[in-house]
Design a binder for this molecule. Structure first.
Ligand SMILES: [Zn+2]
Length: 409
């Protein structure tokens, strides 16, 4: 039997292994201190033991953080040695988000619930799915005695959910020499339920707080005041139109244009018969990479300023969050091409590289010129109550990763 077939069959026989790993992972909440937790240490120790059992070479790049017991946020790298070919890294994260409103869960979020192919619990998808899949992939190579063409690496980082300052960002600052642009880096932390979407680009994120000041008057005499809400409404309408003009359409993204949506709004006047003299609203803008956020901000300031002047109001615009997207990974990059072949082989479906409007941890790689593909078979249950994953999907992801590690795609 060809080696690729042996790998695929070995992994296909492991649904109970997925459940066993997941059961132990779910039972060990790893919340960062920003989420009111004690960090990832205990969970990392358990994972480290699994990696050691597989005989992998382990490197630790733990980040000091006085807020957690023990004072360290763990970051683990484990490698199955291989030939002189490019390294393959699969990076997952150890931390999870809090359970949220317990009443919305059908069962204990910190205890795995199994219903046929479905498993429920906090973290089963985000990011145990990726972690377990990469573990099984390396284990399959190991058990079959396959020497990969390049080192086969698995990374488990902390602090992905709260900014990565103690996770991937720290790792890349501290040990940049561990990575090379030749590496095939996969981050299994986003994707579609059919496993065919490969994220190669992200939009920039710009959140704005817009405060409009006018003059409050009685509702019967609007001409004597300046209606801040009316001016704000004009700005909201203008915001959408402005956003669509930021940059050329980019077919990697859906939608292909920048977007800017009015989202949050602070309470204004409480009664109906008062013209509000002050209004505060927020915009969530997702802007195509390549557009400078200062330039975008300048466009908003100019247009909103003009609207305010027409209405006799004033406006102030403050960024609440601004993340300039790094340059995209080329859809032609070797990691994307390799993934497309491996996904087609395992899923029997063509994979599609594309962009998303959100930011992922992959940005830290891309900022350093390291090509990275964000890919996994991902249910839309992430960060939700009753987070769930499919055992069969995790096995398929393990198969894709095994082909990548083994260079058999
Ligand atoms: Zn995640």
């Amino acid at each position: 039997m060809p080696e690729a077939q042996k790998l695929l069959e070995r992994i296909a026989g492991w649904p109970e292994e997925v459940i066993a790993y997941q059961r132990r992972l779910v039972a060990m909440p790893a919340l960062g201190p920003d989420n009111g937790g004690q960090g990832e240490w205990k969970k990392a120790e358990m994972v480290r033991a699994w990696l050691a059992e597989l005989g992998l070479e382990i490197t630790r790049v733990d980040a000091p953080d006085e807020r957690v017991p023990g004072g360290l946020r763990p970051n683990l790298l484990a490698v199955l040695p291989g030939g002189r070919g490019p390294r393959v890294w699969v990076l997952s994260h150890l931390d999870v988000v809090p359970e949220g409103d317990l009443a919305l869960w059908a069962s204990d979020p910190w205890q795995l619930r199994v219903e046929g192919d479905l498993i429920y619990g906090r973290g089963v998808q985000d990011n145990h799915g990726g972690l377990v899949a990469s573990l099984l992939a390396v284990r399959a190579l190991r058990e079959l005695g396959l020497r990969p063409p390049g080192p086969a690496g698995l990374i488990a980082v902390s602090d992905e959910e709260t900014g990565s300052a103690y996770g991937l960002d720290y790792l890349l600052r501290r040990r940049p020499e561990l990575f090379s642009p030749r590496d095939l880096i996969v981050v299994p932390d986003a994707g579609e339920p059919d496993g065919t979407f490969i994220e190669v680009a992200e939009k920039s994120i710009l959140w704005l707080r817009v405060e409009v000041s006018g003059q409050q008057v009685h509702g019967s005499t609007p001409h004597k005041g300046v209606n801040a809400l009316y001016a704000a409404a004009r700005m909201m309408v203008a915001a959408r139109e402005l956003a669509a003009g930021f940059g050329q359409q980019d077919p990697l993204f859906d939608p292909m244009v920048s977007t800017c949506e009015p989202t949050r709004k602070e309470a204004g006047v409480e009664n109906i018969n008062t013209v509000p003299g002050r209004d505060v609203f927020y915009l969530d803008c997702r802007i195509l990479p390549g557009i400078d956020l200062d330039q975008a901000l300048g466009v908003f300031r100019e247009r909103f300023g003009a609207i305010a002047a027409q209405e006799g109001a004033t406006v102030s615009i403050e960024p609440v969050q601004r993340l300039q997207a790094p340059p995209a990974t080329s859809p032609q990059a070797p990691v994307v091409q390799a993934l497309m072949k491996a996904v087609a082989r395992v899923h029997g479906l063509p994979a599609r590289p594309g962009g998303i409007g959100a930011g992922t941890v992959a940005a830290f790689f891309r900022q350093r010129g390291l090509p990275v593909a964000v890919w996994s078979t991902c249910e839309h249950s992430v960060h939700q109550p009753d987070e769930f994953a499919r055992v069969s999907s995790i096995l398929k992801d393990a198969q894709v990763m095994a082909l990548l590690y083994a260079g058999l795609y």
